[in-house]
Design a protein around this ligand. Structure first.
Ligand code: SAM
Length: 236
């Protein structure tokens, strides 16, 4: 995608990027395309689709939260670094951690951090169910993001334990997810969250849902349950 079109598209999300930042996106796109042929990191392989479905879609989080001051942000189940990589390029004032269970994907994020010289992003390989019990992670983030990781009932259990009281959890969802979002409400409540906003976002020709939850009380100590259990036995 050329520079003007990309800048214009992200502007509609309230995000301004300069030439250096555009150059970093171009570099990230090439790196992802090269590494994807070797490691099969993401199903989205073509350049224009990477810009639309990875870069612009990741930046749509800016419609749900302000990344303009020095906030701590965690991306749970980041895959090949989405939404953490695009957000860390655009918001150097925030510090980001991309948490990913798959070593090959976590290594790609580390490689991208090095190649792009991103000093505000760190890649952590691990499972949310375990890392949530580390003192420096638990209830220690202003914003926690989850895109295409699991249904809301599962995602809430994986993400909300990391959110500070009064912080935000943002779930990026497909437009047809309204039913499972409603089903996940019980898990959200148990984890100490409260639905704040749900909005439809159009990215290219796709309709997406951006759902945000405010952390209103502490997550009980027993959550998240042991690795794999949130998916195997989601809270109903
Ligand atoms: N967020 C990325 C995106 O939108 O492109 C990746 C989505 S991918 C479908 C889901 C990712 O979540 C996978 O890479 C998987 O390894 C990771 N994941 C799933 N459960 C996890 C857990 N409990 N802890 C950490 N990562 C997890």
């Amino acid at each position: 995608m050329d520079q003007d079109n990309f800048k214009q598209a992200v502007k509609t999300l309230g995000v301004e990027i300069n030439d250096c930042q555009y150059f970093l996106f171009a570099k990230l796109c090439s790196l992802l395309m090269i590494e994807n042929t070797k490691k099969n990191l993401t199903a989205i392989k073509e350049e224009n689709a990477i810009y639309q479905k990875h870069f612009i879609d990741s930046l749509s989080c800016a419609l749900a939260a302000s990344f303009t001051h020095s906030q701590k942000v965690l991306d749970v189940g980041s895959g090949a670094g989405f939404p953490a990589l695009p957000l860390s390029i655009c918001f150097p004032q925030c510090t980001f951690i991309a948490l990913e269970a798959n070593g090959k994907k976590a290594d790609f994020i580390s490689l991208a951090i090095k190649e792009l010289g991103l000093s505000n992003l760190q890649s952590v390989k691990g499972r949310a169910e375990e890392i949530a019990y580390c003192q420096s992670f638990r209830e220690n983030f202003d914003i926690v993001l989850g895109r295409a990781v699991a249904k809301t009932a599962v995602l809430a259990e994986l993400c909300l334990p990391f959110v500070k009281i009064s912080g935000l959890f943002i779930a990026q969802k497909a437009c047809f997810a309204a039913g499972e979002i409603a089903e996940g409400q019980k898990a959200v409540n148990i984890m100490g969250g409260r639905l704040e906003n749900s909005r439809k976002v159009i990215i290219g020709n796709e309709s997406r849902l951006l759902v945000s939850y405010r952390k209103v009380k502490s997550t009980p100590d027993k959550y998240p349950r042991r690795s794999g259990l949130p998916v195997k036995e989601p809270i109903k």
